[in-house]
Design a protein around this ligand. Structure first.
Ligand code: GAP
Length: 511
């Protein structure tokens, strides 16, 4: 798909989210607030379903993972200890002509992606030229154009990595200059120097009797887990290795907040910290890396829509880090991070608080500060990935079109639409009877307005996997028509069998 087409597709998805009550701009009647969004009636259902599925997969299915819900406000020393006050920065750069601000690292990454896209174009062209005889591997190894671009990308990547590691802001600017990156708004290369910008939102708390009453909105939920390590260990009878999971809001004053809900200033994370013996972190890092990719596959994403990407520069707390990326319409981007966080956080909190944050290992007969492997997935980004993957504008055989949201049935905001064929002859009463039974198990939607075709289309656009229609025969034979969202096939089944048929398809255990 061309860049213009993917941009159009993304705009369509954003409009769809608003039109069908998934996502609204925050405080829209006041013209919205930049990079902040509200979830509407169907958005909250989908978001809750993703969150619950994550919770079941991580906590309910793992005896050795327990959950918590820590407060958003935390003692300010938390953020000093964790390193966020001093090191939770993004490198920013301004264009002097447009006065627009950018993340310097993102500008460079996007420039490198453009180079990579050139390689893909060469491959596509050659594929067309050579047809079935095309050997992609050989082509990538030997084609002079590809090799030239590859060499350039690799050299830039190595330079960029070194600059990030050395925190060399002058070199980061020089890379932007050398790559001849222009501001998308002004089209000029008139850049300021690169500066560091701390992403934490600060606010005041009246009751703190300390020198400073500045507190922060948490930029990650993870620290709520670390500061509760002792409490959880002492109350949950867990032995290492064990994990603590949490879902909650996090806040970052993102410099560049674009791409709808992909990067927002208020968002939700689903995080799990897995505490392990020192020396075993590599093994558990590999374990969770694989387990989390498998989890994303259960959401129905295509094999090609997901990939790993190793970090060029690990965060200040990590000794290894990888992202699971999803192919959004604007390219492959991070959806989840898996980090081997060493014993950095617990050590820092032990030093700052003076409390021993250690585990006595009965098998080794020794105490130590555990190492931690973290899995951290964005709830909103998973939501967006599902919308992007599921949204389809289909041309039907009869020439008409329909928009369908092919969400996995177990996550769909509404599971069943229940319709009387007409609004008379006792059909609404019968349909309501069925609705009143099904609603105890599933989110259902009763609808008697408009033609049956329009009602089907509306549920297709919401991602509802089943619609049930009650007609005159139902009153005689106790059968209804059940329509499948994806195949649009209709089948007559007895009302008694409804529950069984629907449950079979929407059951999360079948993933
Ligand atoms: N505790 C580790 C941590 O916070 P991260 O890679 O900075 O790591 C983890 O964030 C996940 O949180 C990301 O993979 C992404 O899905 C989500 N996330 C981070 N910043 C976000 C933002 N501004 N808007 C939406 N989601 C975000």
């Amino acid at each position: 798909m061309s860049k213009e087409n993917t941009q159009n597709l993304f705009q369509e998805i954003i409009s769809h989210c608003k039109e069908y009550g998934f996502i609204f701009p925050s405080s829209e009647i006041y013209d919205g607030l930049s990079a902040v969004y509200d979830y509407g009636p169907y958005g909250i259902e989908l978001k809750n379903n993703i969150q619950q599925y994550w919770w079941k997969s991580m906590v309910q299915l793992h005896e050795n993972i327990v959950g918590i819900d820590a407060a958003i406000f935390m003692h300010p020393k938390t953020w000093k200890a964790s390193g966020h006050v001093d090191a939770f920065n993004d490198p920013l750069i301004d264009n002097k002509d447009s006065k627009k601000r950018y993340r310097a690292d993102v500008l460079i990454e996007e420039a490198m992606q453009k180079q990579e896209a050139k390689i893909e174009k060469e491959v596509e062209k050659a594929q067309k030229r050579f047809g079935d005889t095309f050997d992609k591997e050989m082509f990538l190894k030997t084609n002079p154009n590809v090799l030239r671009v590859r060499e350039k990308v690799d050299a830039t990547e190595a330079r960029f990595k070194a600059a990030l590691e050395a925190n060399d802001l002058a070199e980061i600017k020089q890379i932007i200059v050398d790559l001849e990156i222009v501001c998308p708004v002004s089209g000029t290369r008139n850049w300021t120097d690169v500066r560091q910008f701390n992403l934490m939102f600060a606010t005041e708390m009246g009751s703190l009797a300390e020198d400073s009453n500045t507190i922060y909105l948490r930029p990650e939920t993870a620290q709520g887990i670390f500061v509760n390590f002792l409490n959880v260990m002492n109350t949950s009878r867990q032995r290492i290795p064990f994990g603590i999971a949490q879902v909650g809001k996090a806040f970052r004053n993102e410099i560049v907040a674009r791409q709808f809900i992909f990067r927002t200033r208020e968002f939700e994370q689903m995080e799990m910290q897995f505490f392990v013996r020192p020396g075993e972190q590599k093994k558990w890092y590999e374990y969770w890396k694989e387990a989390r990719l498998k989890w994303h596959r259960t959401l129905g994403f295509k094999e090609t829509e997901l990939k790993y990407k190793d970090h060029l520069k690990t965060a200040h707390y990590a000794d290894a880090a990888v992202d699971i990326e999803f192919e959004f319409p604007f390219g492959f981007k991070e959806m989840e991070g898996i980090h081997s966080r060493t014993n950095y956080d617990l050590t820092q909190h032990q030093n700052m608080s003076g409390k021993k944050l250690q585990y006595f290992d009965p098998e080794l007969n020794e105490s130590y500060i555990p190492y931690v492997v973290e899995t951290s997935v964005g709830l909103n980004r998973t939501f967006l990935a599902l919308m992007c993957s599921g949204y389809k504008n289909e041309k039907l055989e009869d020439g008409s079109e329909r928009v369908v949201l092919a969400l996995p049935a177990f996550l769909a905001p509404v599971k069943i639409g229940v319709f009387p064929l007409v609004k008379k002859d006792g059909l609404p009463e019968k349909a309501r009877e069925i609705f009143d039974v099904l609603k105890f198990d599933h989110q259902c939607f009763y609808d008697e307005k408009d033609s049956i075709g329009k009602r089907y289309r509306r549920q297709d656009a919401l991602g509802t996997p089943f619609c049930i229609t009650v007609d005159h025969d139902t009153l005689v034979d106790n059968m209804v028509t059940i329509r499948d969202r994806d195949t649009m096939l209709q089948e007559r089944i007895s009302i008694e069998k409804l529950k069984e048929v629907v449950n079979a398809k929407v059951d999360w255990r079948r993933r």
